[in-house]
Write a protein that binds this ligand. Structure first.
Ligand code: GLA
Length: 934
C-alpha cells in the first residue's frame, strides 16, 4: 500500500514534500514566500492528511513585534494572472491590454500590478535583446523574478505602486543585477567536479573516482517535477521569525540562529534564498571523494530530494540534499553552496542541518567528558535561549561528541518520542538547541562557525559534512538501535561488516616505550599461549623514540630496538602463528625529528610566532597536498614492507596556530576544515591501498570517536582509561550513538594504570567483550590462574562474538542514574540473547531491582544460563570472603531457568552482586517448547 512506501513525494497543489522513512514522515512545504516551511516529523499519518499539513501553520501566530513576511514575488507581480491570459501571446500586447484595462477595471490596484508586471517583463526582454514576441514561459518568469528581486525586496513596503503614467518608475531602471545562467548541476554530471575555478589542490575538490563506496556515477533523475502551482495558498503571509523553517537565513526577519551566514564583498551579510526548483533522485546524490557519508549498496535503498534555493540578487545557490533511507527511520542531510554570482562570497557559518520543532517540553541528551572520561551521558531540560556544545580543537574531541538526542519530555530509554542527530565529521563542530520566545525549538548542527570562513569565488562550490537525522518512538534506545544498524550496514567499510577482529594484545600498557625485538617476541609468545591472535607494536618503534620528545614523522624502524627491522619482527611473529599490528601517529611531527629539520614549515604555524607544542609535538599541515603525499608514501613503504594485518592510527594533540604556508590570506579561515579533509584523504588513500589491514583510529584515547572516522576504519579506541568501572560509563555512553562492534576495548592489568582500581578478571573481561576485545597488559607477569582465566574468556568471546557484534542492543540499567549497569544483545529473530550486568558501587544491605529484559519474543520459552560464575563467596556468619572454585552462581550451580520471554521482560531476573565492580553474564536460548497457557 502506498501508505507505507518509503521515498520522497511531492504534491504540487500544496507544494508539499513528504519524506517517508521506514516508519516516520518528515514533511515541509514551499510557502507563498518560496520559503521552505517545516510542518511535521513523526510517525506516518494517513496519506490524505500528510499531503496537506498546511493547517499546522495555523500554530504559527505572529507576535506584534515580528517582521512581516515576504509574499511570493510571482503573486506580487501578478505573474500568475498574466499566465492565465491564454489568448494573448505577445508581451507587448499584454502590456497594452493591461494599460487599457486599468482605467476601466474595478480592481484598480490589481490591474495596475498586472500592467506593471507585463511592462517589466517586456522591458527586461528588450534590454536582454530577447524575443519581444516570446511567450511568457516559466523560464522567462523565473528569470524575471530573479532580476527583479532586488527591487522587490526594497519596494516591498510600497506594494509596487505605479505612477500616474501607468509605469512603475523603478521597473524602468534597467540596471538591475543579473543572475548568471546557472551551470548544470553537479548532480546531473556524473564524475564531474563541482568546483570549476579552484586551482589549489584540495582534498575536497578531487574528482570522484568511479566505484567509490557510497556514491553513484549515474544519478538517475526519477521525477524532475517542477512546481507549477503558484496560486496563493497561505491565508496570511507571516514573517520568518514566526515560522518553522527548513533553512534559515540571517537578517531578513528570523532572529533565531541561522543555517547560513555570509559576507559579500560590499560588506553585506544578507542571504535570503528562495525555492527555485527541486529534483527527486533514485539513490544518493554525489559527494566529493573521501567525504564521509552514508553509502548505499544499491540505489534502490534510498531516494534523494535536492532542493535548489536561490539568492536572486547575488547568485548564491543553496542545494539542500535529503536522502531518505528506505529501510531505516533515517534521513541524511547535507548542503551544497554554489557561487553563481560575479563576486566572491565568504561563508561564515554553514550548518549541515536546521530542524525546527513546535513547542514541547524538550530535553537534550549529549555525550560529553574529558580525556579518560569520554562520552558521559549528560541530559538537560532545554530552557529559553541557546544550549550549545562544540569542539574548536580541530578534532571532534574528548570533551563533546557530534551527536545529540532531543526528547519530548524527560528522556526515557524505552518510551517516548526522540530525535537523533549525528554529524559525520571529525573536526570542529557545533550543536545548538535554541528555545525561542515562543517555546519552539531550533536545532542546528554543522561545522563550528568559530574561526571558520570559507571563501567561495565565482563558480566555486562548497559541500557541508553530512548529518544523519533519526526518529524514534521508542525513546533513546530506539535512536541508538537505528544508528547502530545504519552505521554497521552503510557507514563502516563494507568489507568489515560481518568481521570478528582477531583478539589482540597491545604493547602500550605492557611496556610503554620499552620495546625491543626480544621484548615483543617474548610478549607475543606468552600471548600466544593463552589464545591471543595478534600483537600490536604500539608507540616507540620508529626513529629514535624513547619517550614523547622525538621522532614523530620519521616512520622507519629504530635500528637499535629492532635490529632485524619490521620485516624480521613480522616474520618471527607470523612464524609463531600470530598476526602483526603497528601503531602510527601520521598527523604529527616532533621537533626532534628528521622530518622537522628538513621541513620546519610543514607544521601548522604562523611565521614569526611561537609554535605551541602538545605532548611535545606539532601538527602537520594536512591541508597541503605535499605533506599528505609525503606521509602517504612513508606509511605505504612501511605497510608494504612486510605482512601487517592491523594499524592503530593515533592523533595525540589538538590543533593550535591553525595557519598554512600554502594558502593565501583569504583562505586561512578554511584551514581547520581543510585539515580534516586532508585527514580524510590520507586515511581514505591508505585504507584503499591496504584494504586487508584492519584500521583502528585513536586520539589520545577516544578524542576523535565520531561517525566521520567510522567511514574509513571499523573500530575506534574508546579511551585511554582501561579501568573496567570507568569503561562501563564510557562504553555505555558511546553506545548511545555508536555500535558495540566499533568500540575499542581491552582487558588491562590491576591495579589499573589510570585509576589504581582493582577489579576481577571476570568484570574486566566482560566489559572488554562489549567492544573489540583485546588485551593491554604484560602477559609475562600473569599467574597460571590468570592465564587459565584469560584462555577461558578468549574461548568464551570467540563463541559469543557474533551475537555481541551483530546483536540488537537494549540498555537495561543506566549507570549514570544508578549504581549498576546492564545491557543485552538479542539476535535478529530473538532466539538468542546475552545479558550483561555490572555493579559499580555496592550499597551493603541494599537489594537491586529485578532486571527486566527487552527485545525478546514474549511467546518463546528461553533457557537462561549463567556463564562464567563468580569465584568469591561471603560467609554470611562471619563476613569472611572465601574462594569457591566450583563457582558462585546466581541461581545455584548448574541451574538453568526456563522462562517465557514475557516473564523475562515483565517479571525479570533477580540479580545479586557481592562486591564493588561485580558482574554477571546470562546466556538465553530460545527453546521449541510452547507456552502452555497465558
Ligand atoms: C595514545 C593512545 C595510547 C597509546 C599512546 C602511545 O595516548 O591512546 O593507546 O597508543 O598514545 O603514545
Amino acid at each position: 500500500m502506498n501508505n507505507h512506501v518509503p521515498g520522497v513525494f511531492f504534491e504540487p497543489s500544496t507544494r508539499n514534500f513528504r519524506l517517508r522513512t521506514r516508519q516516520a514522515a518528515y514533511v515541509f512545504r514551499v510557502n507563498d514566500s518560496r520559503v521552505l516551511e517545516h510542518l511535521y516529523w513523526g510517525p506516518f499519518l494517513p496519506l490524505e492528511d500528510e499531503e496537506d499539513l498546511s493547517y499546522l501553520s495555523l500554530s504559527s501566530v505572529p507576535g506584534p513585534f515580528d517582521p512581516r513576511g515576504v509574499i511570493s514575488v510571482a503573486t506580487m507581480m501578478g505573474l500568475n494572472e498574466l499566465e492565465d491570459l491564454a489568448d494573448e501571446n505577445d508581451l507587448r500586447e499584454r502590456w497594452k491590454v493591461y494599460t487599457k484595462a486599468k482605467d476601466s477595471a474595478e480592481d484598480r490596484v490589481k490591474s495596475r500590478r498586472l500592467e506593471n508586471a507585463s511592462w517589466r517583463l517586456w522591458s527586461m526582454e528588450r534590454v536582454r535583446g530577447g524575443d519581444l514576441n516570446k511567450d511568457l514561459s516559466e523560464g522567462v518568469m523565473l528569470r524575471a523574478l530573479g532580476e527583479s528581486q532586488s527591487k522587490d525586496e526594497n519596494s516591498m513596503d510600497k506594494g509596487f505602486e505605479v505612477n500616474d503614467d501607468g509605469n512603475n518608475l523603478e521597473s524602468l531602471n534597467l540596471d538591475v543585477p543579473r543572475v548568471k545562467e546557472r551551470p548544470p548541476s553537479p548532480l546531473l554530471i556524473p564524475g564531474q567536479r563541482i568546483v570549476s575555478k579552484e586551482t589549489k589542490s584540495s582534498p575536497k575538490l578531487s574528482p570522484k573516482k568511479s566505484g567509490s563506496a557510497g556514491n553513484y556515477d549515474i544519478v538517475h533523475v526519477d521525477d524532475p517535477t517542477e512546481v507549477t502551482n503558484w496560486q496563493k495558498l497561505d491565508p496570511d503571509v507571516i514573517g520568518k521569525n514566526t515560522q518553522l523553517l527548513e533553512f534559515a537565513d540571517q537578517g531578513t526577519g528570523d532572529y533565531r540562529s541561522p543555517s547560513l551566514q555570509v559576507r559579500y564583498e560590499d560588506g553585506s551579510t544578507l542571504s535570503p534564498v528562495y525555492y527555485f526548483r527541486h529534483r527527486i533522485l533514485k539513490g544518493k546524490s554525489w559527494m566529493p571523494e573521501f567525504f564521509p557519508n552514508i553509502y548505499l549498496s544499491d540505489p534502490s535503498e534510498a531516494t534523494t530530494l535536492v532542493l535548489e534555493l536561490h539568492d536572486f540578487v547575488t547568485g548564491l545557490v543553496v542545494e539542500l540534499h535529503y536522502t531518505v533511507m528506505h529501510d531505516y527511520n533515517a534521513i541524511c542531510r547535507h548542503v551544497v553552496f554554489m557561487n553563481n554570482g560575479d563576486s566572491s562570497v565568504s561563508l561564515q557559518r554553514v550548518m549541515s542541518c536546521t530542524v525546527d520543532f513546535d513547542t514541547d517540553d524538550y530535553y537534550l541528551t549529549q555525550l560529553s567528558g574529558s580525556w579518560a572520561r569520554e562520552r558521559q551521558v549528560v541530559q538537560t531540560r532545554l530552557l529559553d535561549g541557546i544550549t550549545a556544545f562544540q569542539s574548536g580543537r580541530g578534532a571532534s574531541s574528548h570533551q563533546h561528541n557530534p551527536f545529540a538526542i532531543i526528547s519530548c519530555g524527560a528522556p526515557n530509554e524505552e518510551y517516548g518520542t526522540a530525535f537523533g542527530f549525528s554529524l559525520l565529521y571529525s573536526g570542529n563542530f557545533q550543536f545548538e538547541a535554541e528555545i525561542s520566545e515562543t517555546g519552539r525549538l531550533r536545532v542546528n548542527l554543522g561545522i563550528n562557525p568559530q574561526g571558520f570562513v570559507w571563501n567561495l569565488e565565482p563558480g566555486e562550490s562548497f559541500c557541508s559534512p553530512e548529518c544523519v537525522l533519526v526518529f524514534s518512538d521508542q525513546g533513546v534506545g530506539g535512536i541508538s538501535r537505528e544508528l547502530h544498524r545504519l552505521f554497521c550496514e552503510h557507514l563502516i567499510p563494507q568489507r568489515w561488516r560481518n568481521f570478528v577482529p582477531p583478539v589482540l594484545i597491545n604493547t602500550w600498557e605492557a611496556v610503554y616505550f620499552n620495546i625491543s625485538h626480544e621484548v615483543v617476541v617474548e610478549l607475543a609468545s606468552k600471548a600466544k599461549e593463552v589464545g591471543i591472535e595478534l600483537i600490536v607494536l604500539d608507540d616507540g618503534w620508529f626513529g629514535h623514540r624513547n619517550d614523547t620528545t622525538s621522532s614523530l614523522g620519521d616512520w622507519y624502524p629504530n635500528p637499535e630496538k629492532l635490529p632485524y627491522g619490521l620485516v624480521g619482527l613480522s616474520k618471527e611473529i607470523h612464524a609463531m602463528g600470530l598476526q602483526f599490528g603497528l601503531w602510527f601517529e601520521p598527523e604529527m611531527v616532533s621537533r626532534d625529528s628528521e622530518l622537522y629539520s628538513l621541513h620546519p614549515d610543514w607544521c601548522l604555524h604562523i611565521p614569526a610566532r611561537g609554535r605551541t607544542v602538545g605532548r611535545n609535538q606539532l601538527v602537520l599541515d594536512l591541508s597541503r597536498a605535499v605533506v599528505r603525499d609525503y606521509i602517504f608514501n612513508q606509511l605505504s613503504n612501511i605497510l608494504s614492507s612486510c605482512p601487517i594485518e592491523y594499524v592503530k592510527w593515533d592523533m595525540n594533540r589538538h590543533l593550535t596556530e591553525v595557519f598554512s604556508q600554502d594558502w593565501p590570506a583569504s583562505r586561512q579561515g578554511e584551514i581547520a576544515h581543510r585539515y580534516v579533509l586532508g585527514v580524510y584523504e590520507l586515511l581514505g588513500r591508505i585504507t584503499n591501498a591496504f584494504p586487508h589491514i584492519v584500521f583502528e583510529t585513536c586520539s589520545g584515547g577516544g578524542g576523535r570517536f565520531d561517525a566521520g572516522m567510522l567511514y574509513f576504519a571499523p573500530q575506534i579506541w574508546a579511551s585511554d582509561n582501561t579501568d573496567a568501572v570507568s569503561r562501563i560509563y564510557i562504553q555505555y555512553g558511546t553506545t548511545l550513538a555508536y555500535p558495540t562492534c566499533c568500540i575499542g576495548s581491552h582487558v588491562s592489568t590491576i591495579p589499573n594504570h589510570q585509576t589504581l582500581r582493582s577489579t576481577s578478571m571476570k568484570t574486566r573481561s566482560l566489559v572488554a567483550m562489549c567492544g573489540t576485545f583485546g588485551y593491554e597488559l604484560d602477559p609475562r607477569q600473569l599467574s597460571e590462574d590468570e592465564k587459565g582465566e584469560i584462555a577461558a574468556y578468549i574461548q568464551l568471546y570467540k563463541r559469543l562474538a557474533h551475537l555481541i557484534r551483530n546483536g540488537i542492543l537494549y540498555r537495561l540499567w543506566n549507570p549514570f542514574l544508578s549504581s549498576s549497569a546492564a545491557w543485552m544483545f538479542v539476535n535478529n529473530d530473538a532466539s538468542q540473547a546475552l545479558v550483561f550486568a555490572f555493579n559499580i558501587r555496592r550499597e551493603v544491605g541494599r537489594l537491586l531491582p529485578r532486571l527486566l529484559l527487552r527485545g525478546l519474543c514474549y511467546e518463546t520459552v528461553y533457557e537462561v544460563e549463567e556463564l562464567c560464575p563468580g569465584k568469591l563467596v561471603r560467609n554470611i556468619d562471619t563476613g569472611a570472603i572465601m574462594l569457591d572454585p566450583r563457582g558462585v552462581y546466581q541461581y545455584g550451580e548448574n541451574k538453568k531457568l526456563l522462562l517465557s520471554g514475557r516473564t523475562l521482560c515483565c517479571a525479570g531476573l533477580p540479580v545479586k552482586f557481592l562486591f564493588d565492580a561485580d558482574s554477571v553474564l546470562f546466556e538465553l536460548k530460545g527453546t521449541t517448547s510452547a507456552l502452555s497457557s497465558f
